[in-house]
Ligand binder design. Structure first.
Ligand code: HPA
Length: 232
């Protein structure tokens, strides 16, 4: 049992899918896993363990943003000995050709979060996905004919920013999307020598101002979840 997760040590699998939205964790467990056990309800941050085609996998809500996500990552890694973490999330696209529902494999994450400096002795660490997991995701996506785009993303601490042009430098540098968690996932994974990958579905396009409904987000996320579970 840890401060924010009420599970016993062996209740959580070596591989965990994380989702900002705890109800997405519930959805994944109920739709995609068998022999499901709910191991956490503390603060409504649901966590489940089950089987995907015989493989033991857990799925854990983290809440939105880096500070909340860092708490769950820390406890999963240090208290439950988790070795592989795959984020299944959404992002706002910042390239005009990215359409709603498109799947992004995040190879690295820029951030405006001070946590990057705090965790890395005030140095600008460049958080990267695990290269082998990224390669595996590409290969499996190809086999399953799931279209993906691979590129850099930006993890922000500020969803509702006041500067309307704040994404311009990142658009110019070719980043694909804005979200709020990948940077800390890759940082803590590297620091603790575990594997991590962030798979993101485009839920809105910040340039074209198109966004999907929560129902559409649920439907399009199925392929992303399938991809994540296949490489779990
Ligand atoms: N900004 C930040 N995080 C997000 C967005 C966004 O537009 N869309 C999905 N996650």
């Amino acid at each position: 049992m840890s401060i924010h997760i009420e599970a016993n040590r062996n209740d959580i699998a070596e591989t965990v899918l994380i989702s900002g939205d705890p109800l997405r964790a519930k959805y994944i467990a109920s739709k995609m896993l068998t022999e499901v056990v709910c191991y956490n309800e503390v603060r409504g941050m649901l966590g489940y363990t089950g089987l995907y085609h015989g493989k033991r996998v857990s799925v854990q809500g983290t809440g939105m943003g880096i500070p909340s996500t860092a708490i769950y990552l820390h406890e999963l890694i240090h208290e439950y000995d988790v070795k592989k973490i795959i984020r299944v999330g959404t992002c706002g696209a910042i390239q005009p050709d990215l359409v709603l529902g498109e799947i992004i494999l995040a190879e690295s994450a820029y951030t405006d979060s001070n946590t990057n400096l705090m965790y890395h002795h005030t140095m600008d660490y460049a958080p990267q996905a695990s290269a082998d997991l990224l390669q595996q995701a590409r290969a499996v996506a190809h086999q399953l004919t799931i279209a993906t785009r691979q590129g850099m993303v930006f993890s922000t601490d500020v969803f509702y920013g006041e500067d309307l042009n704040r994404w311009d430098p990142w658009i110019e540098r070719g980043l694909l999307g804005i979200e709020m968690e990948t940077s800390i996932l890759y940082s803590l994974a590297a620091k603790n020598n575990i594997k991590a990958l962030s798979i993101l579905t485009v839920s809105d396009n910040i340039i074209t101002k198109l966004f999907s409904s929560s129902k559409e987000r649920e439907e399009v996320s199925i392929r992303m979840i399938q991809l994540a579970l296949e490489i779990a």
